[in-house]
Design a protein around this ligand. Structure first.
Ligand code: GLA
Length: 339
């Protein structure tokens, strides 16, 4: 009998604009990137057993077990296996071209690649992304939104993707010739991310409850009616960030890098001052990028509390940086082949 092999690949992502808007049904504009994670799996059996090029020990997860019990990278494997409850397991190996823990969604790439390797339907990106979002929440305890997993499934070559996180409808936005996307690491790990992320999400939900409707349906002036000063700032960020995503998409589609970059700069100020998820190291990195010749705009990207900044640059005019940095190219979403 010929042994079958399933190979699934899923990309990481960088978010160009629209942070902390996904979990209130707002707009985001991430881009799947050419760096990603591959899972090669020989299906069969009642456990999922994986080795990783980057990890010392294997991840071994029994089907039918309680999700979330595992430690380290096995927690992501256990999350996916627990949520998907596949009919059979498999043995295989994980490899990645993504820097792990750098803010390029290496965990979402692992979840999506594993879900596809275990038989999730590649033609149903929303369903796969929702399962992987749940797996991430179980694995990390962080009540994350759907952006990372959905763009990993639904990326479009040469494009960023605006996602309406209420309807989950996607609109590809071409990344124009002549500009490139640079990701630079602040050197700070995202230590407080778990609890602080959950706190921000709770504040956004409290603001929506006080206003009586989802923030995605609220106009900027209405936010100023909120009595609570903290909720007012959080809601102000979310509502204006949604408007910035729309304006950014229009600017990028019109090849107007100057306007797109200015909106990224505004987004950073809002994440720093109103949403309060930046750090001194991120602020310094972003300020340096914004001042560099050939850079149209820069902002922190992803959850914040450390991690990475993203900049829109003229092609070939990469600013000098002290820390790790990557020029990332827009990629298609995840794919799977069976042989
Ligand atoms: C993390 C989460 C996403 C999103 C961003 C912030 O990456 O996984 O769902 O909320 O933070 O925009």
């Amino acid at each position: 009998m010929v042994k079958s092999m399933t190979t699934a690949w899923a990309p990481g992502r960088v978010n160009l604009i629209g942070d902390h808007t996904d979990y209130s049904g707002g707009l985001v504009c991430p881009m799947a990137i050419e760096l990603g994670t591959t899972v090669e799996l020989s299906p069969g059996g009642t456990t999922v057993e994986l080795t990783s090029d980057l990890e010392p020990g294997p991840a071994i997860v029994a089907l039918g077990g309680a999700p979330g019990r595992a430690e380290g990278w096995a927690a992501y494997v256990a999350g996916v296996v627990g949520v998907l409850a596949p009919a059979q397991g498999g043995k295989g190996r994980v490899s990645t071209t993504l820097p792990v823990g750098a803010g390029l969604s290496s965990s979402a790439a692992l979840e999506v690649a594993l879900a596809l390797a275990l038989g999730a339907d590649p033609d149903d990106p929303v369903r796969v992304a929702e399962a992987c979002q749940r797996a991430e929440q179980i694995a990390t305890g962080v009540p994350c939104g759907i952006m990372d997993q959905l763009v990993s499934m639904a990326g479009v070559e040469g494009h960023a993707v605006v996602i309406d996180c209420t309807t989950l409808v996607r609109e590809p936005i071409p990344v124009p010739d002549g500009v490139e996307v640079l990701v630079a690491h602040s050197g700070e790990a995202r230590a407080l991310r778990g609890s602080a992320y959950a706190e921000r999400r709770a504040q956004v939900e409290a603001a929506a409850a006080a206003l009586g409707r989802p923030l995605a349906d609220v106009a900027p002036p209405e936010v100023e009616q909120l009595d609570d000063a903290v909720l007012r700032k959080r809601a102000r960020h979310v509502v204006r960030e949604n408007a910035r995503v729309r304006a950014f998409a229009a600017a990028l589609s019109g090849r107007d890098a100057a306007t797109a970059g200015a909106l990224m700069n505004e987004s950073h100020a809002s994440l720093r001052d109103d949403f309060e998820v930046s750090t001194p190291a991120l602020d310094a990195l972003v300020a340096g990028l914004q001042a560099a010749p050939g850079v149209w705009g820069a902002r922190l990207t992803g959850a914040g509390f450390g991690g990475c900044a993203v900049a829109l640059c003229d092609t070939g005019r990469r600013p000098p940086l002290d820390g790790p940095a990557w020029v990332v190219r827009p990629s298609a979403g995840a794919r799977v082949t069976r042989s």
